[in-house]
Design a protein around this ligand. Structure first.
Ligand code: ATP
Ligand code: MG
Length: 327
């Protein structure tokens, strides 16, 4: 069994919603583990909490509850200085690379900036590091003196990846990092991401609304619905024999180009339905849309039922299966 690098336990984040006194549970009791060298896909419709979960893991926003452990050590609860050092081990690449880069800094300075902020190296050594990283991600060392706006979307994503690697992390989170790119450029960047993983033994969390990409590159997949992980397992198990009706719907859905508008159309969802009002609804959050719902579903929130080794789904249909299967 590969070493567990990252453990996320019972993370919860609630935001105030627009309506008076209402709340949105952006992440509701999410737990997962990530092994060294592994890629975990995180999928679900727009607004289900994928980005919030990644920001909680990185400690970019404060969790209401829950823990994040990196190589067994408490990250969110670590003393300030210790947390600062642990931050090097986990990095993120966003969808909009150009706006994630500082337009007033050259790309060389952009790439080396995390080193400077961490007080690492000299100006000369940081520069050398940036030049090497530019070549590693398929650009030229001489590009260091140019500015982000001089590069295409795909090239900016290469620069953002170089910057994510400059602190030699163990874990990289890609939050829709290839979603905005044209198909051919997307394939090139995916190739780069996978090559870098091989080279450095990196662990990835790969967030995407596009299950077809996730299926191709991820070892395991976690499916999120309204802040909860409703199914998790190997890519083969989750895509080949899904055990949550929402996963089935996602697999049937045809992804549309704009991830901001990703919806499972064939379930008749209306705009705004994915905004979860945290309240005593009592039952499974998917129940109103579920074609298989039965009385039990409205009564309590289904826990993640074990289906097979590493494959779990939060749907009462699995409880019924288990009971029927018992001798
Ligand atoms: N800073 C915030 N303040 C209030 N509500 C927020 C905030 N950030 C996120 N939310 C809400 O939390 C929920 C989850 O949002 P999040 O951005 O994590 O979803 P997502 O799965 O990343 O969606 P997308 O696929 O569109 O990127 C949404 O209902 C969103 O409106
Ligand atoms: Mg997001």
């Amino acid at each position: 069994m590969a070493e567990t690098l990252l453990e996320v336990a019972h993370l919860i984040k609630t935001y105030p919603a627009r309506g008076k006194g209402q709340k949105v549970q952006a992440v509701a009791d999410a737990s997962l583990a990530l092994a060294r060298g592994e890629t975990l896909g995180l999928v679900g419709e727009s607004g289900c909490g994928k980005s919030t979960l990644s920001r909680l893991i990185l400690s970019l926003v404060a969790a209401d509850q829950g823990a994040v452990r990196i190589a067994g050590a408490d990250f969110l609860g670590a003393p300030r200085e210790e947390q600062r050092l642990m931050r090097r081990r986990i990095q993120i690449v966003f969808q909009d690379a150009l706006s994630s880069l500082n337009p007033r800094m050259t790309v060389g300075v952009n790439i080396a900036e995390p080193m400077r902020l961490q007080g690492l190296g000299t100006q000369a050594s940081r520069r050398e590091e940036a030049r090497q990283l530019l070549e590693l991600v398929g650009l030229r060392a001489e590009d260091e003196d140019r500015y982000p706006h001089e590069f295409s979307g795909g090239q900016c994503q290469r620069i953002a990846i170089a910057r994510a690697l400059v602190l030699k992390p163990d874990i990289v989170i890609f939050d829709e990092a290839v979603s905005a790119l044209d198909v051919s450029i997307r394939a090139q960047i995916l190739r780069l991401i996978l090559d870098l993983q091989q080279k450095f033994g990196l662990s990835y969390i790969f967030i995407s609304h596009d299950l077809s990409v996730v299926k191709r590159i991820c070892d395991r997949i976690a499916v999120m619905y309204l802040g909860r992980i409703v199914e998790i397992g190997s890519s083969d198990a989750v895509c080949g024999s899904p055990r949550h009706p929402y996963t089935e719907a996602l697999l049937r859905a045809i992804p549309i180009a704009d991830p901001r508008r990703m919806r499972v159309e064939n379930l008749g969802l209306i705009e705004g339905d994915t905004v979860a009002a945290a309240g005593p609804s009592g039952g499974c959050a998917f129940e109103p849309r579920c074609p298989h719902r039965f009385a039990r579903c409205g009564l309590s929130v289904p826990p993640l039922f074990d289906i097979a080794a590493g494959h779990r789904a939060a749907c009462f249909l699995n409880e019924t299966d288990r009971q029927q299967g018992d001798p």
